[in-house]
Design a protein around this ligand. Structure first.
Ligand code: SAM
Length: 255
């Protein structure tokens, strides 16, 4: 059951949100082993199907997908705008015996950080909703489009805000954020702001504020950005009930 509140303060930029103990606790929140089991190589299969080799993970976070894709033989570049997340990606790559390029880059100025184009870009873990302004969302999708080779693919996902905005938040705990300790609730929701509350077993509490993007809103923006086709999945299934899934995943192809 969600508990909408009335007070919505202006949302912070992502950099101010990914600091301190939330970064330290991110791996506890996602649980790498359970997350990998739930994905069942969904992203690997998509990337192989697109014949992708050079992959840019633009929201690396603590490096979960970058490490997993590097282990599968992809030529990975991990990027994130948060200095602390990037440091954690480096530590996790080393801990898993992987070596790949890691860079701090804000999506809004991506082109200044990249060395050539990519066959695929992944923006996962409901990261894209950190963009609050429509102009930013459009500009960033153009950055992603430009950074792709012809024939390239962009995979971008988000929590199911269609359901959340109808006060039907559910989190089965089976996808993405698979840690069993923390509880994630919606502390505030309206058409412009969603504030998640993370409660950890030791009493620690964090909030993350994002823009609650709708599924069709993002697929329309992807087509507007120049992508030819957009395929949408719910919890890794192509046939799904929008009220019954935790996450929505869009796969956009550039001709
Ligand atoms: N992909 C990881 C995962 O699934 O565990 C991390 C997801 S976390 C919800 C969102 C990440 O997006 C954070 O690491 C944050 O720093 C990054 N991010 C948000 N806005 C960004 C921006 N404008 N440029 C670069 N990174 C950004």
């Amino acid at each position: 059951m969600t508990t909408p509140t009335t007070a919505a303060t202006p949302a912070e930029d992502f950099e101010g949100q990914y600091v301190g103990t939330l970064v330290d606790r991110w791996d506890e929140l996602i649980n790498w082993d359970r997350r990998r089991a739930s994905e069942q190589d969904f992203f690997v299969a998509l990337l192989n199907g697109a014949e992708a080799h050079r992959v840019l993970d633009v929201a690396a976070g603590t490096g979960y997908h970058s490490v997993a894709l590097a282990q599968q033989g992809f030529d990975v570049t991990a990027a994130d705008g948060s200095a602390q997340m990037i440091e954690q990606t480096r530590r996790n790559a080393t801990a898993h015996g992987q070596s790949f390029r890691v860079l701090q880059a804000d999506w809004r100025s991506l082109r200044h950080h990249l060395d050539g184009r990519y066959d695929a870009i992944v923006c996962l873990g409901s990261s894209f909703p950190h963009l609050f302004q429509e102009a930013d969302r459009r500009a960033v999708l153009s950055e992603f489009y430009e950074a792709l080779n012809p024939g390239g693919v962009l995979i971008v996902d988000h929590r199911n805000f269609d359901a959340i905005r109808r006060h039907r938040y559910q989190s089965s705990g089976n996808y993405y954020y698979c840690g069993t300790g923390a509880t994630v609730t919606v502390a505030h929701i309206d058409a412009q702001l969603c504030r998640f509350q993370y409660d950890f077993p030791d009493g620690g509490q964090h909030h993350l504020e994002v823009y609650p993007i709708l599924s069709t809103e993002l697929s329309t923006l992807l087509l507007d950005a120049g992508f030819d086709t957009v395929q949408t999945f719910g919890d890794f299934q192509d046939h799904f009930d929008i009220d019954g899934v935790d996450f929505v995943i869009h796969v956009a192809r550039k001709s």
